[in-house]
Design a protein around this ligand. Structure first.
Ligand code: SF4
Length: 498
């Protein structure tokens, strides 16, 4: 179950989720598309962009692939298991393709980018292969495939941010939405495929982000999560080119997070992530703002002070640790030490005493020994994470680690260390939740509790799930309520309305 490592947060419950048809859409579509998404939130967000592009081309969404003229799998390469799932899923479309040869089958996302046209050789029934920066060309690619040719576009771009495309929301609860603020990543973490599959970092026009968040609020949404592989290096220059480093990721070179040689037009102040947060938070105190993912080397005091200044910026930071050993962090190319990381956490606690912190942790990276592993456990104890995404390392083709290091920690050792990490995190989560007993939290109601219709489920600012009885009061999803915590489990706070 627990496998490879990534800083990208995978919501296991959503893997393979199909795109829902547009609500109350009266248009009679001649052709229908079906998209299934895998991997991180970025992919789910991209499926919304793809849906928007296809809709403009006159395609309606369906959740039943049997009636689709176009079937897309938006894929993930971060784990071997994720790729196997996609290959298995493709075989399930074989029968349909035999019955209706005109149905087009396309592969989107990271796996498409990693395998490129090789995909077409390996999976004969695939008609279209499209990388994450080429979705605008989908209409042409579909036309080519309609004409009987196989169609591929896996070009990575230095500019594409899809800023002007209003995503059609995927299976939304109508309350919380993800807003993509940048694409790609310039950090060459040695275990990660993202720099190769998603290309170099680009920041989206800040004003288009604010516009999208305003529209979401106007449509009844109450929470936005600003999304990027490394949000702290967001840097947008109005009227200027977006950050570009001129480095080729294939070189394996470390790219600077900030734009060097800045030649912006006079009077156009650059917008940093702290400034962007402020701009989004200022839309309305009723709109909660979250963000993911932060990089420990890049998160600034400015961001922390902005979080402190605005009540509606949630007090929660996902700050992936990966390893507590400075030696291993160096091999991972994470650009910080154990001491740097603890100093960052101290700073967060100083400026934002009530801030929730979560992490990603990898066990058994190349050369990791028992001392390194103990360093990870002790750092986890030091921070007292509320939650972590935990994996054991498994090598991915094309990464720096694959080229440079031997994957030399035996599987059973990786698994045993992972289990120790999981057990410790369970203890830390429970301790963290117990500290919240008797406290009052402002909770945004998201939906009825999964277990019973008589309870609401929502989240507090620290991103903890809070469940409480509805008590026949006239609340609805999207309302803010105050809840007193009366009990807890490892994963959930239980409370009552006050
Ligand atoms: S910072 Fe970039 S390279 Fe490093 S793990 Fe995240 S996405 Fe991958």
């Amino acid at each position: 179950m627990l496998e490879l490592a990534t800083t990208k947060v995978h919501d296991e419950e959503r893997q393979g989720e199909a795109y829902a048809p547009f609500g109350n859409d009266p248009n009679p579509y001649k052709r229908k598309f079906y998209i299934e998404s895998y991997g991180c939130q970025m992919n789910f967000s991209d499926s919304e962009i793809v849906a928007s592009i296809l809709n403009k081309e006159g395609f309606g969404a369906t959740r039943n692939f049997e009636e689709a003229d176009l079937i897309f799998l938006n894929t993930c390469s971060i784990r071997e298991k994720a790729e196997q799932t996609v290959r298995k899923r493709l075989t399930e479309f074989k029968k349909l393709k035999r019955r209706r040869p005109s149905t087009l089958i396309g592969v989107l996302g990271c796996m498409a980018e990693r395998l490129k046209s090789k995909f077409l050789e390996e999976e004969k029934l695939v008609d279209i292969v499209v990388g994450p920066d080429a979705y605008r060309t989908l209409p042409q690619l579909i036309a080519e495939a309609d004409g009987g040719q196989k169609a591929v576009n896996v070009l990575l771009s230095r500019e594409e941010t899809y800023a002007d495309i209003s995503p059609v929301r995927l299976n939304s609860n109508g309350i919380t939405a993800f807003v993509s603020i940048m694409r790609g990543c310039n950090n060459m973490c040695s275990f990660c495929v993202v720099p190769f599959t998603r290309g170099r970092e680009r920041s989206r026009d800040a004003h288009s982000i604010v516009r999208e968040c305003q529209e979401l609020l106007d449509n009844g949404y109450k929470e936005v999560t600003l999304l990027g592989q490394n949000v702290d290096s967001y840097y947008f220059v109005p009227n200027g080119p977006s950050p570009s480093t001129g480095l080729n990721v294939e070189d394996g070179a470390k790219a600077p997070s900030r734009w060097e040689g800045d030649e912006r037009a006079p009077g156009s102040d650059p917008i940093t992530f702290a400034r962007l947060l402020e701009m989004v938070a200022s839309i309305s105190p009723d709109l909660r703002v979250r963000f993911s993912t932060s990089h420990p080397k890049d998160i600034t005091d400015d961001v922390l002070h902005t979080m402190a200044k605005y009540e509606n910026i949630c007090k929660y930071i996902h700050l992936p640790l990966q390893s507590g050993s400075t030696r291993v962090l160096q091999l991972m190319n994470r650009s910080y030490t154990r001491e740097w990381y603890t100093a960052k956490v101290d700073r967060i606690r100083e400026i934002l005493p009530d801030c929730g912190i979560s992490s990603d942790v990898i066990s058994g990276f190349c050369t990791e020994n028992e001392e390194d592993h103990k360093d990870t456990l002790s750092l986890m104890e030091y921070v007292g994470y509320d939650m972590s995404y935990m994996f054991f390392y498994s090598e991915r083709p094309g990464t720096l680690a694959e080229r440079r290091y031997q994957d030399d920690v035996p599987l059973e050792v990786k698994k045993r260390r992972l289990q120790e990490i999981v057990d410790l995190q369970g203890k830390l989560s429970h301790q963290s939740n117990k500290k919240d007993l008797n406290k009052l939290f402002k909770v945004l109601i998201e939906a009825s509790s999964k277990k019973t219709d008589t309870d609401w489920m929502g989240r507090n600012s620290q991103n903890k799930v809070v469940v409480f009885p509805k008590e026949n009061k006239d609340y609805k999803p999207g309302d803010y309520v105050w809840v007193k915590v009366t009990n807890c489990t490892q994963a959930t706070l239980l409370g009552e309305l006050v």
